[in-house]
Each structure stands twice: as structure tokens, then as C-alpha cells.
Design a protein around this ligand. Structure first.
Ligand SMILES: *Cc1c(COP(=O)(O)O)cnc(C)c1O
Length: 349
């Protein structure tokens, strides 16, 4: 049976969180002399002399209406990366607990586990890039607190089978962290509506990919209110700055524009996949539910270096498990994809 209390580290349970001036006084007032800000203003025209809302309620309310999740079930992080770090620090006892990752996958789960001195057990995906359910079951111990799953997965570009993710959710009594950074490009439905059914589900999304706001550093975590409360307790009080909060509110009012970019990117992805398959040194273009393609070529290092010479940078993934001979190509603009294809056509002749 799932028991959140059993998962939270003892020191976090006992922790008295920092109480900021903005936490202690909520309400209307005309004179704010409680936070040691500069009451005279700032060198900028905006009133950036004031600390921002520590819980970003305005942004969360807007996200809440778009995603159909209550604002209390949302945590915002300085990128998904901060969310990953908070999850590990809240639930994994250093030098005792472990997390499971399913490589090839996003590198930051492992990095943050190691920074926190938390053991990482790797259960590689199958050759079809799906969860190896038997190996996963064998890898789980009483100290396994988190399983990181990424769907659509980076760098393999595919979605994990929904039934497999459900099976893990139904049989694991730690937290299943599902990273949906690329969900907007996918044919699959998000697991966010499933939060009601699974108290052990944590879904992460980000403004860095489809939303086109990688520079703002804003990641979203969706989970039960109880899980979010634990994370709120340990996050830095003002982890999302005022400028980001304002800009993202503006962006959230431009959903149409984002959706039309997504349509365009998916269209370009399908065309690029067809074009790449026609090149004689391309061995495989893997199906993609993301804004990039994983491409197996005859000489990955050769292709990578050739493109670099031409001023085109792709990611060489040939040293990554199950991705031998592969490069990862982000979908560019129509013009950029043409430049790429022209260069690659010259490579093959
Ligand atoms: C790009 C990416 C992210 C985004 O991380 P941010 O810190 O939000 O920019 C998260 N997960 C995966 C798998 C990614 O590829």
C-alpha cells in the first residue's frame, strides 16, 4: 500500500521551514516595512524592489485552468532540473536509498542523485526502447524511493507504452516520476489526468521545449497536494523570480501561438524523417513523438564532424547505451532543415 509518510525523509518531516516576510503577512496593506527591501524603488522602471510571490499563485492558477489540475497540486521549479533535485532531496536518504533510471534517458536524474549521494540503479530499456518490466521488478528493493520514467523519452524520441507505465504505477509503492518534457509533440495523452487515480504519480513538464521558453528556466511538477506540500517545504522561498512569473503569464495567454508552432514542428519532423531515410548512409530514423529525431547512420562521428565543419551542430549519441551509431537532431525551422538536408546530401555523394 502507498504511504507517503513512509517515503519522506525523517529530517524533512521534522524540518521547520523558513518563514519569509511574504509568508507571514498576507493581505492588504499600504506600507510594507517587513522584508528589508529598498522602499525607494529600483533603477528599473518596474517595481522590482519587492520580493516575488513565493508560491507563484497567479501563474499556478493560469496553469491550473489550462492543465485541469488544482493549483495546490502544482510546484514550479527553476527548470525541471530543480524539480528533480527537490524530489531526490525530499525522499531519498543519502548513502541508503536508491533511485531507478531506465537508460538511455535524460542525464540529469543520475547527476542529481549522485550530487545527493543517492545510489542509482540502471535498468536499461529493451531494444525497442520500452520498459524492461521484469528487470525493473528485480531491481526494486525496500530502499527504492523513486523510479524516473521519461515519455516521450530523450534521446530515443519514442513514448513508453501506456500499459507499462500503468503497471509500474500499480505495483510500486514508491514514487513514479514521469518526465513529460516532450508531451506536446506526442500522439500520446499526458498522464496528468491520471493523478487522481495514482497517489504515487509525479508528472513533470517544462516551458523549455514546446513553449519556447528555455531561457526563463521554468519547470512544472504535478502531484497530489500532499506531495507538493513536502516539496514546498524544502524549496528555496523565492525560487521563481518576478520577471519569469510576469513573462510566463503573458506566454500562457498565447496558447494559440504555441499550438501553431507545435503543429509546424511536427509537420517538419515528419518531412525531415522522410528526407533522412532517403540518404544512403542513414540506417534508421526512429519514430519520434518529440521535437527531435534519433538517427542511426553508418559513421556517426564522421557525420557529426562533417556537419560541425559546415557550422551545423547536432548531438552525437553514439556513446550512449542502445544508441550506438546514432546522432540526435533537433527539428529546426523549415529553412534550417533545408540547410541540414543540403549538407547531408553532399556528404553522401
Ligand atoms: C529538455 C528536457 C527537460 C527540461 O529541463 P528544464 O530544466 O526544464 O529546461 C526535462 N526533461 C527532459 C527529458 C528533457 O529532455
Amino acid at each position: 500500500m502507498f504511504n507517503l509518510d513512509r517515503l519522506v525523509r525523517e529530517n524533512i518531516k521534522k524540518l521547520t521551514p523558513y518563514s519569509s516576510a511574504r509568508d507571514e503577512f498576507k493581505g492588504e496593506a499600504s506600507v510594507f516595512l517587513d522584508a528589508n527591501e529598498n522602499s525607494y524603488g529600483s533603477p528599473l522602471t518596474k517595481w522590482y524592489n519587492r520580493y516575488p510571490d513565493p508560491l507563484q499563485w497567479e501563474v499556478k492558477k493560469k496553469i491550473s485552468t489550462i492543465k485541469g489540475v488544482e493549483a495546490e497540486s502544482i510546484l514550479l521549479g527553476n527548470g525541471s532540473d530543480e524539480c528533480i533535485d527537490l524530489l531526490i532531496r525530499a525522499f531519498c536518504e543519502p548513502a541508503l536509498d536508491q533511485v531507478i533510471i531506465c537508460p538511455p534517458t535524460y542525464g540529469m536524474y543520475e547527476v542529481y542523485a549522485h550530487i545527493n549521494n543517492v545510489a542509482v540503479k540502471a535498468v536499461p530499456l529493451t531494444p525497442q526502447f520500452q520498459i524492461d518490466l521484469e528487470a525493473l521488478e528485480d531491481a526494486i528493493t525496500a530502499n527504492t524511493k523513486l523510479i524516473f520514467l521519461c515519455s516521450p523519452n530523450n534521446p530515443t524520441a519514442n513514448s513508453l507504452a501506456r500499459e507499462d507505465v500503468e503497471l509500474v504505477l500499480n505495483n510500486f509503492d514508491g514514487l513514479v516520476v514521469l518526465d513529460e518534457a516532450y508531451i506536446n509533440f506526442s500522439r500520446q495523452r499526458s498522464f496528468v489526468p491520471e493523478l487522481i487515480e495514482y497517489p504515487n504519480l509525479v508528472v513533470m513538464q517544462t516551458f523549455s521545449k514546446a513553449w519556447g521558453l528555455a531561457a526563463l528556466r521554468l519547470g512544472m511538477t504535478f502531484a497530489s497536494k500532499e506531495i507538493i506540500q513536502v516539496l514546498n517545504k524544502i524549496k528555496p522561498p523565492y525560487n521563481i523570480n518576478q520577471v519569469t512569473q510576469e513573462l510566463v503569464l503573458t506566454a500562457l495567454n498565447n496558447l494559440e501561438e504555441v499550438n501553431s508552432m507545435i503543429v509546424e514542428i511536427v509537420k517538419e519532423r515528419e518531412q525531415l524523417a522522410i528526407d533522412l531515410k532517403n540518404l544512403n548512409f542513414v540506417l534508421e530514423v526512429y519514430p519520434s513523438d518529440a521535437n527531435f529525431l534519433l538517427v542511426k547512420v553508418q559513421d556517426a562521428r564522421g557525420v557529426y564532424n562533417y556537419l560541425k565543419e559546415k557550422g551545423i551542430v547536432v548531438r552525437n549519441r553514439s556513446n550512449v547505451i542502445l544508441c550506438e551509431g546514432c546522432i540526435r537532431i533537433t527539428i529546426g525551422t523549415e529553412a534550417e532543415n533545408k540547410v541540414l538536408m543540403n549538407a547531408l546530401k553532399q556528404y553522401s555523394t
